[in-house]
Design a protein around this ligand. Structure first.
Ligand SMILES: *[C@@H]1O[C@H](CO)[C@@H](O)[C@H](O)[C@H]1NC(C)=O
Ligand SMILES: *[C@@H]1O[C@H](CO)[C@@H](O)[C@H](O)[C@H]1NC(C)=O
Ligand SMILES: *[C@@H]1O[C@H](CO)[C@@H](O)[C@H](O)[C@H]1NC(C)=O
Length: 307
């Protein structure tokens, strides 16, 4: 009886969350939130920004696949996106994507986050690497956002920093159908088995809808999610407009690391679309500094920061 009550209340909470993601919550006005974190009625708190108000001609959903219990990383990633300059004439919604909230603390704390930021999607899946979470994500999105479809749906991880304006500009001139955009791996060889690296890839809405509608894919979930995704598209003959974003997408490298530059790893560059392998706060800090996120903030007697 108790167990029934508990699972009922979790179910109730899940449906609450599903409702919540459709209605994207409330934002504290104090935050300088950009269109990446806009509320679902389309209002951005930065309405004074005339540039951001130009009618968008492209809509992108970028899901950051993460785990419910990664609070610190999520707050850093959220902050990093909130401080990016708003993409011009584009809507890019960044949403954190987690599986079932199975722990009592996560159920409560993530609910609070949803109430404060409204940028979390809770999927009906069990958290695990490479167990089909990517499949659940791409096959849930077309249904969850049926009322306001996006042009493109992207998947990335919480160790990748996308530059949303650069992404929107890169996608703007591309077809709106049958698109598979990202970093092609392995580099430079065997096009017949290439796929987009899991650091972050984007497909057009029709491809996501195809993933959702194709039951056969549910029997093909084993293996690294990015490789598996590429296999599905090859099998189904989808995503034939392939765009490799190399070298504008890459793994992070700085002079203090022992590794050297490769076809997939190099130092930060100005026209970056996405940088991956930001595994710790120092790498995030250096990346944000490189892209001038630490510049131009109001000075105050209340703090002193040495750069
Ligand atoms: C969630 O997934 C489980 C197992 O796949 C399934 O049995 C259940 O019906 C799903 N629940 C909802 C609300 O979709
Ligand atoms: C997620 O949690 C709900 C509620 O406890 C449960 O019904 C469902 O089966 C779970 N889904 C998966 C895939 O574990
Ligand atoms: C950061 O600001 C400096 C100084 O204004 C500028 O030269 C540089 O191009 C900017 N970097 C990026 C990535 O925009």
């Amino acid at each position: 009886m108790l167990a029934m009550k508990k699972s009922f209340s979790i179910l109730f909470f899940l449906s609450f969350l599903l409702l919540e993601i459709i209605c994207f919550g409330i934002f504290p006005n104090e935050f300088r939130l950009q269109s990446s974190l806009a509320t679902c009625d389309g209002n951005t708190p930065t309405t004074t920004n005339a540039v951001a108000k130009a009618a968008p001609d492209i809509r992108v959903l970028l899901g950051v696949l993460t785990r419910a219990d990664k609070y610190e990383r999520r707050s850093l990633v959220r902050l990093a996106y909130a401080l990016q300059p708003a993409p011009v004439r584009a809507v890019v919604h960044v949403r954190f994507v987690v599986c079932n909230l199975t722990k009592e603390e996560d159920a409560a704390l993530v609910e609070i986050e949803v109430a404060a930021y409204g940028d979390i999607i809770v999927l009906n899946c069990t958290e695990n690497m490479d167990n089909g979470k990517t499949h659940t994500y791409f096959s849930s999105v077309p249904r969850l956002f049926a009322d306001a479809p996006y042009d493109y749906v992207g998947k990335t991880d919480d160790d990748t920093y996308y530059r949303l304006a650069a992404l929107a500009d890169a996608l703007r001139g591309k077809p709106r159908r049958d698109v598979y955009y990202g970093f092609l791996t392995p580099c430079h060889n065997r096009p017949e088995t290439q796929y987009m690296s899991g650091m972050g890839y984007v497909v057009s809405w029709d491809v996501a809808a195809w993933v959702a509608a194709t039951v056969e894919l549910r029997d093909d979930l084993k293996g690294p999610e990015d490789k598996v995704f590429g296999r599905w598209l090859r099998w189904g003959g989808r995503g034939r407009n392939v765009y490799g974003a190399e070298p504008r997408m890459y793994d992070y490298l700085d002079g203090e690391m022992r590794q050297g530059a490769t076809c997939f790893r190099h130092t930060l560059q100005e026209d970056t679309v996405a940088v991956h392998k930001l595994k710790d706060n120092l790498k995030w800090a250096r990346t944000l500094k490189f892209f001038n996120a630490t510049e131009g903030h109001r000075h105050s007697v209340l703090y002193h920061v040495d750069h």
